[in-house]
Design a protein around this ligand. Structure first.
Ligand code: EPZ
Length: 419
């Protein structure tokens, strides 16, 4: 399996272009199943999870055309069954439930197994879809769903769930009558999904807020749509500028979707500002100060940036308390950072980070997507060489990260290992 070999100590300088958002592209690709025509999606990032989704869409009976700058999805004779071998590699496959029920009244989707960062149940997805008229049973590890025509209803989530909100939204657009979704997640990727659906003729209001209203329509046409930039990739590159005391100009950076992250990094002493070209410049030229952090649903500090921030805190001055409040097991980067000389004490969902002068390069192992990003960032700042194994985790969510980092001065290469 490939590894990444990074020699730390270089200040990053230059321009990096932020790719399309993985967490917007995934639901929008599944939403294309709802359309009677073809959907042409632009700025789709080239990632493992996208490749998995395209495979799944083909298995569901969609024609996929991968052009130079867009992916065209054309639902044909839909086969409403998502096989286990695809679902087990990507939990977001559960997002095909809502579209299949809305379009063909049936769905057979493998129950997503556990995940490194937590149990990640889908009870809220099923509860919302049942409110809209779906009936579910669980057989041999598969969720079997069916319904006549879905009927609009009032749905209140027990907690803000990104995927649950997305599944309910995609089902409601073709339901009979009005649906009101309450206690929705407010992540920008949900708004991107809603804008795509409205471009296809859906009638959705209030997205981005905790109450979303949908007037069901009879059918949706296809549309051409540009996926929003990836705010987590952008936040990761901001931290890369901070941890190497460099200066980066980030093109196509979704600054407005990063308020909590920008505020935190500025509080630590980074300089982050919009440039007149529409890019965002992030830099640090002095030691940064530790600040506490707590992950919250949007617009709070995103859980997907917790591991990356922790890497920065490891080499900042002072002490910080980091609370992970969204997922129950999202500190797997801690053990690996300790191998590099970090001073972290984690217990339950709380970690106390004491900044150290320098980290030292070491062989480390990636465990999940954002933990891998944290190790890359730590390696960029560490003395000596770090070799990161299991980087297939990283490839799920970062497009050509070693090429982007090398282009702005990092000493990084991907090593193919025969095994
Ligand atoms: C989405 O996952 C993202 N994935 C995650 O990004 C992100 O970390 C997460 O939202 C939170 O922002 C995609 O968009 C593809 P949730 P999702 O439902 O939808 C609990 C990454 O690194 N919950 O908002 O699965 C759940 O256990 C990935 O790109 C239930 O209890 O997250 C968690 O504690 C990792 N029952 C909380 O809600 C449910 O039915 C938030 O989960 C659903 C969720």
């Amino acid at each position: 399996m490939d590894t990444l070999v990074i020699e730390g100590g270089r200040r990053l300088k230059g321009r990096a272009r932020i790719s399309g958002s993985k967490n917007a592209a995934l639901p929008i690709l599944f939403a294309a199943v709802l359309c009677e025509g073809s959907a042409a999606l632009r700025n789709v990032p080239k990632l493992r999870d996208i490749a998995t989704t395209l495979k799944l869409l083909r298995a569901l009976g969609c024609e996929i055309e991968e052009r130079e700058d867009e992916i065209v999805v054309s639902p044909k004779a839909l086969v409403p069954a998502a096989p286990y071998d695809l679902v087990c590699t990507m939990r977001a496959s559960v997002l095909c439930l809502g579209p299949l029920l809305a379009r063909v009244g049936k769905a057979k989707v493998a129950l997503p197994g556990g995940c490194a960062i937590g149990a990640r149940p889908v009870d809220q997805h099923l509860k919302a879809l049942e409110k809209l008229g779906a009936r579910f049973s669980l057989e041999e590890g598969y969720i079997l769903g069916e319904c006549d025509r879905l009927t609009g209803a009032r749905v209140t989530f027990d907690m803000p769930t990104v995927g649950g909100t997305e599944n309910a939204l995609m089902a409601a657009v073709l339901a009979d009558g009005e649906t009101v979704l309450e206690n929705c997640a407010r992540e920008p990727e949900i708004s991107d999904l809603a804008k795509f659906l409205n471009a296809c003729g859906a009638k959705i209001e209030g997205y981005g807020e905790s109450v979303i209203r949908i007037q069901g329509v009879g059918s949706l046409r296809g549309a051409t749509y540009e996926i929003m930039p990836d705010r987590i990739e952008a936040g990761t590159f901001m931290v890369a500028a901070g941890i190497t005391r460099g200066e980066l100009e980030l093109e196509n950076c979704p600054y407005d979707a990063l308020e909590a992250v920008v505020a935190k990094l500025k509080l630590m002493g980074m300089d982050i500002r919009r440039a007149d070209s529409g890019s965002v410049i992030a830099s640090a030229d002095a030691p940064l100060e530790c600040v506490d952090a707590r992950t919250e649903p949007y617009p709070g500090f995103p859980t997907d940036m917790q591991a990356q921030l922790m890497a920065l805190l490891c080499v900042s001055r002072g002490t910080a308390v980091v609370e992970e409040r969204i997922f129950e097991n999202r500190f797997m980067h801690v053990q690996e950072l300790l191998r590099m000389g970090a001073d972290i004490r984690a217990s339950g969902g709380t970690a106390v980070v004491r900044g150290v002068e320098r980290l030292s390069g070491a062989p480390v192992m990636a465990s999940d997507l954002r933990a891998s990003a944290s190790l890359v960032l730590a390696a960029l700042a560490a003395d000596g060489v770090t070799e990161i194994s299991r980087i297939y985790h990283l490839d799920r969510g970062y497009e050509a990260i070693e090429k982007k980092l090398a282009a702005i001065g990092a000493n990084i290469r991907r090593k193919q290992n025969k095994s």
